[in-house]
Design a protein around this ligand. Structure first.
Ligand code: SF4
Ligand code: SF4
Ligand code: SF4
Ligand code: FES
Length: 753
């Protein structure tokens, strides 16, 4: 709707009304008129370097650059005159003066902005007779290569690295026609290796180590899905040829991350083809794990589970689920544990206290959860704990973008001097583990602080209480009572305060929402609530147990005591996650079953290992840490594996034959999601929107279950402290990422005790 301050200008004889400050290039785009541009890129500073966007403006003595020209009332612009056409053609002639025109072998051929422009303006002849200057291609890192002759000096790469990433690894060397882009390490890059510079380059000057010279754009299919690494849920487009993923980017800008992907999202997909990928089920015969058929392996799992169930009861069996399996798979795993086996012994590695946040917010849980877009739109951000640059790169990008584009203010409480500190208005450095004390003081004034922290925290509080539209983002440092303090403090701020709890992996939030917690059924319905048990029991064809279950550490302790006899692990590696003595505890089990991609430390101890498909090889949905659900779509395929969904579904049929529960009749993830939409509080979201590629926010209030009040013991919540270059077990098989020198430093640091 037009605002009274909006202004009207004429472009190519048509009126367009735009807000004050709109650039002519953007005003034209609103009308569907594409003014050609190379150096202009929305969200980055203006450069006016390429002169491709020249347009005629009435009463102006010469052509103007539409990318820097602000629309003024009554302005009359022409974008398609003979003069404009000639100017663009001449600019292209200059750009091609040294360009090698090696389109037939260039990675960018077929999706190159320069190639498209030359086709449009027909700059097919050059008046330059001089020999073209050649420079050899440079390898700046395993991920980034630079081919100077192809570079058109638009400086998009320099600006995205400086302004967008706050890394400043790229600059311009030499002068005039000799100018080239140079990396910060003289002949190599020392940076975050995000590949944003490659992605934003309009030509084939910057190319990707994983993709270069492998294929052509028209030989691939494009699959829109969600990154499988951290919990931020960046949308990614996988470029796939012959079932193999060759590239990941988000060039259609369709997700909330727009063009952003970090190094893991962009280069961390080659684990799918890692030679150590499991492709056959393995069954232990004596000391050795031996290959088996799927039929035999699953039959053995169900037979042995049934034997243990009969001899020692349902609670002698436990389940540890995953932070990376889909919502549908988590739903099925919960059903098998609670309905087929009849135990509440089910958990996962919890990396954020979503249940306490949702319980503390109560009926406001839906409206008070910030989406990733709302984080960008916040007037102020309070960040407590975590290091988003390393652990939640999109969150860091959103915060930096909000500060750059919208002058948002950032306030930070942290025990470490994190990189985002550079952008803060107030930074309070607390002692190690001191975040919860600081929050208690903010909420109630009742906490002992040392003088320096007191002074800083007082200044932060004084500034925050003047803010409104604040988004509070926090890491695993805040759980339980500290989180309730935080919500109390948030409620005291003027305007709407929203929250994002930062978990660690792609579907941490979905694991929690779908009930991979001993005390909670899907949708945060407490197992102690008879109505909720009845609802899911009816749906799943069983009387659900009301006895409280064991969490992951409880299950491991029970295994050590011989009380837990069987453990079923899906996409998790408790040996690595829960500590050094776990190996001994698992050794006491009568049956350990592991579904995973690789022979992890835990899988090595298993009696039966089932090779699972990764998130890039299946369909379903995932929920990011901000509670936004997105579709996961199958990109590649690895022969021999099965999705966790199929494995669990088949298992339920086998268990039913053993007299345990009913077979799951949901044949596809889509059917399971339909059931989730109808039964899980907060998940009745628009399927049409998901199919259109949008992210839909869940509204996880437990009023649908009769009450917003539930009290879940906080239990064991801890961050994996993954970095930009590590990603749990999966990260250890991302060959390209591991080859980066920056990764080697971080992986080494991670391995240190
Ligand atoms: S890879 Fe990322 S951090 Fe490195 S130079 Fe390119 S934009 Fe900058
Ligand atoms: S390398 Fe690409 S993005 Fe960077 S200045 Fe050259 S053409 Fe532009
Ligand atoms: S920020 Fe997280 S979700 Fe986004 S690309 Fe990086 S690892 Fe993937
Ligand atoms: S796009 Fe306007 S000068 Fe480059």
């Amino acid at each position: 709707m037009a605002d009274s301050k909006d202004i009207t200008i004429k472009i190519d004889d048509r009126d367009v009304t735009v807000p004050p400050g709109t650039l002519v290039i953007e005003a034209a785009r609103r009308m569907g008129i594409e003014v050609p541009s190379f150096c202009y890129f929305p969200g980055l500073s203006l450069q006016a370097a390429c002169r491709m966007c020249l347009v005629e403006v009435e009463k102006a003595p010469k052509l103007q650059t539409a990318c820097t020209l602000v629309a003024m009332p009554g302005m009359v612009v022409r974008t398609n005159t003979e003069q404009v056409h000639q100017a663009r053609k001449a600019m292209l002639e200059f750009l091609l003066a040294n360009h090698p025109l090696d389109c037939p072998v260039c990675d960018k051929g077929g999706e190159c902005e320069l190639q498209d422009m030359v086709f449009t303006y027909g700059a097919d002849k050059s008046r330059f007779a001089e020999e073209k200057r050649h420079q050899p291609e440079q390898k700046w890192s395993e991920a980034v290569y630079y081919d100077a002759p192809r570079c058109i000096l638009c400086f998009r790469c320099v600006r995205v690295c400086d302004e967008g990433m706050d890394v400043k690894a790229l600059g311009v060397g030499q002068r005039g026609s000799q100018s080239v882009i140079i990396p910060n390490g003289e002949d190599h890059l020392e940076c975050e290796e995000c590949g944003m510079c490659i992605d934003i380059c309009p030509v084939g000057a910057l190319t990707s180590g994983t993709y270069r010279y492998k294929t052509r754009p028209w030989e691939m299919t494009y699959v829109s899905t969600v990154c499988t690494h951290c919990s931020n849920g960046c949308k990614t487009t996988l470029s796939v040829r012959n079932n193999e993923i060759l590239r990941a980017n988000n060039r259609d800008l369709s997700g909330f991350n727009k063009d952003f992907l970090c190094v893991k999202g962009r280069f961390g997909f080659d684990f799918t083809r890692h030679p150590e990928r499991l492709k056959l089920p393995l069954v232990r015969r004596g000391a050795k794990l031996e290959p088996s058929s799927w039929e035999d392996a699953i039959a053995e799992v169900s037979r042995r589970l049934a034997e243990i169930h009969k001899a020692s009861g349902a609670d002698s069996i436990g389940f540890i689920g995953s932070n990376r399996t889909t919502n549908e798979e988590n739903y099925l795993l919960g059903r098998i544990a609670r309905a087929s086996i009849g135990t509440n012994n089910i958990d996962h590695h919890r990396t954020a206290d979503y249940p306490t946040l949702i319980a503390a917010l109560g009926e406001k849980a839906a409206s008070a959860s910030a989406t990733m877009t709302q984080l960008y739109e916040a007037d102020a951000v309070l960040l407590i704990g975590d290091d988003p640059t390393e652990q939640n790169p999109l969150v860091a990008w959103q915060i930096r973008s909000a500060i750059r584009h919208r002058s948002s203010r950032l306030y930070v409480i942290n025990a470490k001097s994190i990189k985002l500190r550079r952008q803060t208005k107030e930074f309070v450095e607390v002692p190690l583990g001191g975040e919860s004390t600081a929050v208690r003081w903010l909420a109630s004034g009742e906490a002992q602080l040392d003088a320096a922290v007191y002074e800083k925290l007082s200044a932060l509080k004084a500034a925050l209480v003047k803010e409104s539209n604040v988004v509070i983002v926090f890491g695993a440092e805040l759980t339980g009572a500290a989180l309730r303090d935080l919500v109390k403090f948030g409620a005291s701020l003027p305007g709407q305060t929203r929250y994002i709890a930062l978990g660690d992996y792609a579907n941490s939030r979905g694991a929690s929402d779908l009930g991979l917690v001993p005390q909670l059924l899907p949708g945060y319905a407490p197992v102690s609530d008879a109505k909720a048990r009845e609802k899911f029991g009816k749906l799943w064809g069983a009387k659900l147990p009301d006895k409280s279950g064991l969490d992951a550490r409880g299950m491991l302790a029970a295994a050590a005591q011989g009380k837990l006899r069987a453990l079923y692990v899906v996409g998790a590696n408790p040996v690595k996650t829960f500590g050094v003595d776990v190996k001994d505890k698992l050794g006491k089990l009568d049956l350990l079953v592991v579904q995973d991609l690789f022979l992890t430390e835990t899988a090595k101890l298993a009696d039966i290992v089932l090779p699972a498909a990764s998130a890039y090889e299946k369909n379903g949905t995932m929920t990011n840490t901000a509670g936004e659900v997105q579709l996961v779509r199958k990109g590649g395929d690895v022969m021999g594996t099965r999705s966790d969904f199929d494995i669990l579904r088949i298992l339920s049929h086998q268990l039913a034959q053993q007299g345990l529960g009913q077979a799951i009749r949901l044949r596809t993830p889509e059917a399971a999601f339909d059931e989730i939409r109808q039964t899980v509080a907060g998940y009745n979201i628009s399927q049409a929107a998901l199919l259109l590629g949008e992210a839909e926010r869940t509204s996880p209030i437990s009023t649908a279950n009769g009450s917003a009040k539930f009290d879940v013991p906080v239990g064991s919540i801890f961050s994996a402290h993954d970095t930009l270059f590590t990603s749990g077990s999966l990260g250890r098989y991302c060959t390209t990422i591991l080859s980066l020198p920056e990764a080697a430093i971080e992986v080494e640091a991670e391995a240190r005790p």
